[in-house]
Design a protein around this ligand. Structure first.
Ligand SMILES: Cc1cc2nc3c(=O)[nH]c(=O)nc-3n(C[C@H](O)[C@H](O)[C@H](O)COP(=O)(O)OP(=O)(O)OC[C@H]3O[C@@H](n4cnc5c(N)ncnc54)[C@H](O)[C@@H]3O)c2cc1C
Length: 467
């Protein structure tokens, strides 16, 4: 059993299949191609991963086997371990990223040469991409019809964890190739289940529809990193909230978010090219400024747009950012600073404990208007209006941008409007303690719209010329 993004023993179709065949080895491979890839060099996520692997090892040990860790190219490691173990089959959970599919093809071929089989069973999603093909068989590009089809698919029954596991004892390298230190949140299946149970027991799941956008209220589940590493399956989440026919109306908004996760995974499975380029061909040749000074100001939370800066600083400090702040920060980067969304996507991957290729890419392309957002490009977030709506008291901004903590409520989201005396009184002089906005929103908004329009026109002309 080759563990990847499925670090649990409960509700695990691939592990159950491996255990049902008899003796087995539980393997995790430290793949340098992933660990050294710039967008995976994320200390916070690697610390969490290490803690999840340690928790998995403990769960396996309770059942009789230990996790074997080996580093190297999986196409070399898997045949070598199969040989040592005398295995005739490697079982894994499927994945959707272009890299994981190339890797799995390589592993399948290498194992094939040794007459060892390779089978992927189940996936990190709730509904497999092939099961939701849409009326044309090409999947869904728009979320709402996807959701309607997705919610009709019954939640799978639980697959109980194997009680006893048995197999040859192989040497293991340990986990020192991953950074040690406290994980940003409690890690492992038990911690994840407790988070989920608390989210339900406290009633937060039933208030989610009202609270989820209020950045200071922390009304969301914080399950993203658990789902990212597969210490919790989306089906476990569904069963816990009573998903299926008769799901309480108050819980539907939360279940819809779990469907977004599948939506983006399906999307990447069918359109692997989104991993490096805009989904909408017209925007592949967009003109970006990519000003390094503005990009750095954004990274460090010094754009002068308080909600954007608060989000970026929350992410730097904790490895997590509220979804509404993610949308606003992404929009500021792309539509105000005119920086290519791929720079933002990479920065999020390096900072987020839940950094997930499909969800992150989907979120960035949605915000940049290059992906699956049904709204037209000329609907641009206004970072000040967003802040007034979703952080009305400024509590979130004050928490993460302490220079602004004594700014009066009416200026908290537009501190540059304070007169000099008010700035002195608030201990926040603009330009000294906190920057003025690095660009003017109204002007940059028009510039962004003009560039999208231009990209559209050029694309239409190219299509016409080719016809
Ligand atoms: C620019 C941008 C980048 C993002 N990058 C990531 C990422 O790398 N990894 C990631 O897991 N999410 C990403 N998201 C989606 C979302 O912001 C996070 O999933 C969410 O904030 C995690 O907090 P939570 O677990 O409390 O979410 P909840 O609101 O409690 O939602 C429950 C679960 O549903 C899923 N989910 C919620 N919203 C979305 C969404 N919009 N898209 C896909 N899945 C969703 C997550 O798995 C989440 O844990 C991104 C969103 C944007 C706008």
């Amino acid at each position: 059993m080759w563990f990847r993004r499925d670090l649990r023993v409960d509700d695990h179709p691939a592990l159950a299949a491996a255990a049902a065949r008899g003796r087995m080895v539980a393997l995790w491979v430290a793949d340098p191609a992933l660990l050294h890839a710039p967008h995976h060099r994320a200390p916070v996520r690697l610390r969490f991963l290490r803690a999840c692997l340690e928790a998995l090892d403990a769960e396996l040990a309770d059942r009789g086997v230990r996790l074997v860790v080996r580093s190297g190219d999986p196409a070399d490691v898997l045949p070598a371990v199969a040989r040592e173990a005398g295995a005739d089959l490697v079982v894994a959970t499927a994945d959707v990223t272009p890299y994981s599919r190339r890797r799995d093809d390589g592993v399948r071929a290498a194992l094939g040469e040794e007459e060892v089989g390779f089978e992927c069973i189940g996936g990190p999603w709730r509904v497999a991409p092939g099961d939701l093909a849409g009326s044309k068989g090409t999947g869904y590009l728009v979320y709402t019809p996807f959701w309607r089809a997705w919610e009709q698919v019954p939640v799978d029954s639980r697959i109980a964890p194997p009680e006893v596991l048995d197999g040859p004892v192989l040497a293991s390298e340990g986990l020192d190739m991953l950074p040690a230190g406290d994980a940003p949140i409690a890690a492992g299946p038990r911690a994840a289940r407790e988070r989920l149970e608390e989210f339900i027991r406290s009633g937060a799941v039933d208030r989610y529809g009202d609270d989820r956008d209020m950045v200071a209220d922390d009304g969301t589940s914080h399950l993203s990193a658990d789902l990212r590493m597969g210490v919790l399956s989306p089906a476990q989440v569904g069963r816990a909230i009573g998903a299926g026919k008769g799901l309480r109306a108050s819980r539907v908004p939360f279940w819809r978010q779990i469907a977004w996760r599948d939506f983006y995974a399906h999307h990447m499975a069918r359109h692997p090219e989104v991993a490096g380029a805009a989904l909408k061909p017209a925007y592949r040749a967009m003109e970006w400024d990519d000003d390094p000074v503005l990009l750095e100001a954004w990274r460090e939370g010094r754009t002068g747009f308080p909600l954007c800066d608060a989000g970026m600083r929350q992410m730097r400090a904790t490895g997590w950012m509220h979804n509404r702040a993610r949308m606003v920060a992404a929009s500021v980067l792309v539509k105000d600073l005119l920086v290519d969304w791929r720079h933002g996507e990479a920065e999020f991957m390096r900072r987020l404990v839940d950094g997930d290729p499909a969800n992150n890419n989907g979120g960035w392309q949605w915000t940049a208007g290059t992906g699956t957002d049904a709204a037209p490009y000329f609907r641009v977030f206004n970072p000040v209006l967003q802040a007034k709506r979703f952080d009305p008291t400024g509590a979130y901004v004050r928490r993460w941008v302490p220079e602004l903590k004594d700014v009066p409520d009416r200026f908290i989201h537009e501190p540059w409007r304070m007169d000099e005396a008010t700035q002195e009184e608030a201990g926040c002089v603009i330009g000294r303690d906190y920057p003025a906005p690095v660009v003017e929103h109204a002007i940059r908004r028009d510039e962004a719209i003009a560039r999208y329009k231009d990209a559209d026109a050029r694309h239409a002309a190219e299509l016409e010329a080719a016809a």
